[in-house]
Design a protein around this ligand. Sequence first.
Ligand SMILES: *Cc1c(COP(=O)(O)O)cnc(C)c1O
Length: 393
Amino acid sequence: MYNYNNTSNKIPLSVPQIIGNEWTYIKECLDSGWVSSAGKFVEKFEQDCCNYTGSKYAVACVNGTSALHVSLILAGVKSDEEVLVPTLTFIAPINVVAYIGAKPVFMDCDDYYNMNVEKVESFLKHNTYYKNGFTFNKITKKRIAAIIPVHVFGNAVDMDSLLKICSEYNIKIIEDATESLGTTYNTGQFAIRQTGTIGHFGCLSFNGNKIITTGGGGMILTNNREYADRARYLTTQAKDDVIKYIHNEVGFNYRLTNIQAAMGVAQLENLSEFIKIKKQNYTTYKNTIDNIDGLVLTAVPKYADNNYWMYALQIDEKVYGKNTQQLMMKFSKYNIETRPVWYLNHLQKPFKRCQTYNIEKAYKMYESTLNIPCSVNLKSEEINQIISVLDHA
Ligand SMILES: *Cc1c(COP(=O)(O)O)cnc(C)c1O
């Protein structure tokens, strides 16, 4: 069997871990002929995601981006309305706002790379007005219809604060939990909840670089039966009569295939184990890295139990003596793959004319951060090798 993980001495940033029942379940699809968007694994994968996260409903999609797209439509966001988004994140949750002709308004981040909830509150307080039960932007006069908090790198956003604010301003919450499957949120005040089940919608991704993968795939989580039914309807071409092919709305071909779902079922069986290993590796990294002058591994928010999807190293260039680019180049000499965080979205060409609110910290986090290898199969020798590269700056 071809094993791409062992063909070179390279230490990749993040590779999938395929060690469970993937072959068995996928073979079952091939043997039975159920390879497309119907079949028992799609339903099973949805049910398993409900069981794992505690969500009432789950609707499988072709990828995380399509899950976000459909969620925005279900949240009732119309073209020419506005959606609050973080500037520091992968671009997918910003692109989906553009798909429906709405406009993103960019927010700053906090110490955990997440949307800064205090600044969101301050923006809503000072820059909007409330009329007929809805919130409007003072400058553009457009309705602010939704917000997409992203649980970046698996760190949970402070959801209780956000829930409170958004219910006050009547803004729908679509959690981008594509990086945080398995992260739990617990302020001690309410029951422990999984990220993706706290807002009106939660979106998951099963892309190859995520904590579990189906090659490509996604999921919409919701506790609302009507939303779930409509999600299923819109992701299957909005078919109103399956015999006569009557369609009363514009739908999408966004359903996951049975083969992909079969892989997802197998991957999900190992998620708890993956998180356990990732946590151990995080602790090993953290205990050593935080003792190196000028370096710190990003902490986990107090109110969360992380899935430890991606480890973020913060570099204080003045103390450490190297900046992000220089350290990345040094790593690549040792065949170790690292990656800077995403370029800020409010600076990206399609979005650079969009409104922003007090973006400060995101610049600093962008400049000072490097993601280091985080695959589940990382060996302790490899972790030691990575640490020794960091230690001999
Ligand atoms: C991966 C990712 C997505 C999109 O997921 P796909 O399955 O690749 O479409 C969306 N948002 C964030 C923050 C992501 O990291």
